[in-house]
Design a protein around this ligand. Structure first.
Ligand SMILES: [Zn+2]
Length: 424
């Protein structure tokens, strides 16, 4: 246990550096690190890790080993030059427990910017919030990892356990960034992922599959429409069939611990639709981009088989020439449960109380998290825990500045207790 004096010094160090922390967060939000555009933002992270005096490992994530892994999400983009970064702190004498602090650098598309009340890339601060795409999900958390770690040194202590600060790509589409970090050999006694989680701890979350459904039609002139087959109408039938499957899976929520109390834990999303060539031809093709969720314990292969049967049957019942092809094109990930009772969770309960003057709560989230990589394939207790946000993936995304400050304090105390400290 660290002393009360040490605790106060660490909390004061977070406060003393908080303006710098916000400035670093804003600078990172200013870099629009959408998929395949992450490298300038990773450069910023690398310079921060260098100034912390860490050993830097930056590598392109592509590898045969990654592609062969059962948790790999088939990617539709080229990984050449797409890098992960890990900064490692190795104490002179390794006496404490080790820790990974993980965050993702990638952000989702901003959508139509005229629907934002401000630029998604200005990181404007107003009324206690920082705005911008990625402000909440999860640049505030990623920078909080760095400043929580650095608060120990600023408070006059050296850590006595190994720490890896990770900035990974591909969290929003495949999960391959964190998987690549695991395959690179990074393991620890615990992991914190500072995603925007409402000052709470994630107990369980869903698995996710991404895929394309391509529906083929038979193009004719509309004057003889009955002789053709409309791929867009047919795609609508596929969507309806998938909605029925979604309801079937939601009806099974009672069989899945931590999901029974959620209204609608399983969400299928039709994220993109394209089809046809112009108004006066019966459309020859239609493509849907779909995201489906699965319960933890449901193998991705089994879920895939059920989805494929649903789509194929939808076609067969509607038209003999109905042809659909399903192709995985992103997440192919199982969900996970953080089993209660770990030392890491017990410690977070304590440091959360110190920082927030409130009890830590846990909850189930119906979204994908990289926690599944560390839990399912690394058997590491993984605490997904981070600040209050609003409208992530939407317009006017924002993160609560007060919450970022308190989460940083909670994490700094966690790092000190978990890894151990010495007066420097
Ligand atoms: Zn995120």
């Amino acid at each position: 246990m660290i002393t009360n004096d040490a605790k106060h010094r660490i909390l004061a160090a977070v406060d003393a550096r908080f303006d710098d922390q916000l400035a670093a967060t804003a600078e990172l939000v200013n870099s629009p690190s959408r998929r395949e555009h992450e490298e300038p933002a990773q450069d910023l992270i690398e310079s921060h890790l260098q100034s912390l005096g860490l050993d830097i490992d930056r590598w392109a994530i592509d590898s045969p080993e990654l592609k062969a892994h059962p948790g790999f999400g088939p990617s539709t983009v080229d990984y050449t030059g797409m890098t992960n970064i890990v900064g490692t702190y190795q104490p002179a004498q390794d006496l404490g427990k080790s820790l990974i602090l993980n965050g993702h650098i990638d952000v989702v598309p901003q959508g139509p910017e005229d629907k934002w009340s401000r630029s998604p890339w200005d990181a404007e601060v107003a009324d206690g919030w920082m705005y911008g795409r990625g402000a909440g999900d999860m640049k505030a958390g990623l920078i909080a990892n760095l400043f929580a770690f650095d608060a120990i040194r600023h408070a006059g202590f050296d850590l006595t356990g190994r720490v890896h600060l990770q900035s990974v790509v591909e969290e929003e589409c495949t999960g391959n960034g964190s998987l690549a970090a695991l395959l690179r050999g990074y393991t620890a006694d615990a992991v914190i992922i500072s995603e925007p989680e409402e000052d709470a701890l994630v107990r369980a979350n869903v698995g996710v599959l991404w895929f394309t459904v391509r529906v083929s039609g038979n193009p004719t002139h509309p004057r003889e429409m009955a002789n053709g087959f409309n791929a867009i109408d047919a795609a609508f039938e596929v969507m309806q069939a998938l909605r029925v499957l979604e309801q079937t899976w939601n009806d099974r929520k009672g069989e899945h611990p931590y999901f029974e109390d959620l209204d609608h834990p399983i969400n299928f999303n039709f994220g993109e639709i394209r089809g046809g060539d112009w108004p006066s031809s019966v459309p020859a093709w239609c493509e849907l981009q779909v995201r489906v969720a699965t319960y933890p314990g449901t193998n991705a292969d089994d879920a895939w088989a059920e989805v494929e049967k649903c789509v194929t049957d939808a076609g067969a019942s509607s038209h003999p020439t109905f042809e659909t092809v399903l192709t995985p094109n992103g997440f192919y990930a199982d969900g996970y449960v953080l089993e209660p009772g770990s030392d890491a969770e017990a410690l977070l309960e304590q440091t959360h109380r110190d920082a927030f003057d409130a009890e830590l709560t846990s909850f189930t989230t119906p979204g994908y998290l990289d926690g599944r990589v560390f839990v399912n394939y690394g058997q590491m207790p993984t605490l997904v825990y981070g600040p209050v946000s609003e409208n992530i993936h939407g317009f006017d995304e924002r993160v609560s500045i007060d919450s970022v400050r308190k989460c940083t304090k909670s994490m700094a105390l966690f790092i000190a207790e978990w890894c151990g400290i010495d007066e420097s």
